[in-house]
Design a protein around this ligand. Sequence first.
Ligand code: S3P
Length: 429
Amino acid sequence: MEKKISKVNRLLGRLRVPSDKSISHRSIILTSLAKGVSTVKNFLKAGDTITTLNTYKKLGVNIYEKNEVIYVEGKGLYLSEPEDILNMENSGTTTRLTAGVIAGNNIFAAFTGDNSLRKRPMKRVLEPLRQMGAVADGRKNGEYLPFYIRGGNLKGIEFFNEKSSAQVKSALLLAGLYAQGKTTITEPIISRDHTEKMLKSMGADITIEQDEFYKVSINPSGELNPIEIDVPADPSSAAFFIAAATIVPNSEILLKDVLINKTRDGFIRKLKEMGANIEYINQREQAGEPVADILVKSAQLKATKVSKEEVPSMIDEIPLLAIIATQAEGETIITGASELRVKESDRIKAVVENLKALGLQAEELPDGMIIKGKQKVKGGIINSYKDHRIAMGFSILGLIAEEGIKIIDADCVFISYPEFYTHLEKIIE
Ligand code: S3P
């Protein structure tokens, strides 16, 4: 599907963007391992999270929906051997977290995925799981899908999570539930912490230390308690509308119930530094996570620098930040973000090539990009590379493009935000 986004006068209104993708994945995976029935309200129904739901059904978990609430009948740590290969479609989070779960179970499971997922690195999770005692192998010595795991008989390890990958940390914490002894993951920069928070609320033996580095440890505790989860709105989805209301003149929008966890709101903090008019209202707690309504008004932006330490808390929003940096006064320089090259697409290449296709000035760095500011956007055609965040990011730029922007393969937004284009129409004045 192609989608043309045309220039608008202004954006006005309120939205509740879809629920958080990371928490939705974890709400199924972790409760599948509890002893008893958990409930999940406001579960994100999108491509990736439906993949997780289907995967845990294939692992023998009874999951059903009643009155808009998902019920998960946890099996108490031990899952059934799947009868067929698990197809993880486009979802890196489902793949890597489930690898940790299977490693702890005394079962065999084979995994594959779509064209994009089969290009993404997997050894980062298979290698430490092997160290813990899992038998695992795959294409290119376990670097790529398809791979298999035969789990069981794990022992705890100490692991340095150099890339600050939340997926790797989560896989090892989940495997640590089954291991003999303590499993410790140390991170130079803290990555999103939803897994450890949710595991703790379920009664897992988790300890957290923060000195020079962030350190999370788990001791096997036997059993996880069922929980009730109400998933807040996704800051990574809210980011598109925050960016839109900032760069489209005379706009004002209110985004309801957004997760503002410190490991996730780096984009908002950075945009404020750049001069954006963003306010958190009605801050509160929901299911152990900080939540707020976010009021955004248009503003003039100044260019910025993004460095390595800032990357994990805004990793999925960096393509969007680079795209709107074309509207900021000065030159924006992003470094320390080489992980963007191994996401659903090579997001450094996808952003820079598409900006150039629109006649805008941008430059690739091995680990980031340089974006020239205050550029007039005439418009044109961009390729989403079937990557949801690239499609949505350039749609936002389309709102200020003289002749609009046409997005090729725009339907990939279903991966995290199926209602994206209808929501966008709702706030266009
Ligand atoms: C995620 C972690 C991040 C992020 C991804 C979701 C998660 O990936 O980019 O969209 O839910 O744990 P990495 O763990 O590879 O950094």
